[in-house]
Design a protein around this ligand. Sequence first.
Ligand code: ADP
Ligand code: MG
Length: 264
Amino acid sequence: MSEEILISARNITKSYSLGRKKRHIAVNDVSLELYKGETLALVGESGCGKSTLARLLMRLIKADSGRICFEGTDISALSGRALKPYRKRMQMIFQDPASSLDPRLRIRDIIAEPLRVWRVCPDKTEMERRILDLLDMVELKESMIDWYPRELSGGQKQRVGIARAIALDPELIICDESVSALDVSVQAQILNLLKRLKKELGLSCLFISHDLSVVNFIADRVCVMRGGVICETADTETLYAHPGHEYTRYLLSSIPAIGDDPVS
Ligand code: ADP
Ligand code: MG
């Protein structure tokens, strides 16, 4: 992890209208910074504003107020062509690999899509080689290039999602509940893969989860979010050993200890 900030949010607020007069503040005056090379986790219960904050950082939606800076450039007000290069530098890995992969396409075409859109591999041989490389990076067999999503397990589908996300050599990947839909043993495999890729490719990562035991395994630092506000930010070790905020202590108290038998 370096001292250099890759992306930061300054006093970001986003509200949604609920009917004619009422508004719901999904993200309320949030500031954070993500350093180059780090995995920063965003944890909190469902509905607290994690995905909204992720979409604000990626500039998929626009904040009501506040600033987003990517490598020191204010991208809050950019749109269209000016924003385009940043779209490539930040990629999202979604929660549900099953619904994020087009069932009608072979794995080849699913992974090729971003490469085609960005015209990264001009000729067919190069494209094929890049797709095979990506399959290898996410530990899938080369023969799977001709398979359809339905022929893959949940974990394998998520590996395809990861291959797609890293295809354009992004600097930041945002994992929004990317392992939440998977069985615990598969979760561990995907987390290990993410850790390895992050190191090998020098990625920075915003890792969103409601699950504090997953976060403990992968994150360098953690932001705890509640009701649209970040209530505590700390190094992972410090947060787990000495949670500073009452709400963090509450979240930690609700993680089942490993080996706990819920029945006895
Ligand atoms: P999380 O990812 O932590 O579960 P979200 O960011 O998805 O939370 O949602 C935060 C709050 O904002 C929720 O109350 C949600 O209902 C609301 N919200 C999110 N997106 C929209 C939208 N497009 N329109 C209206 N309300 C929304
Ligand atoms: Mg969410």
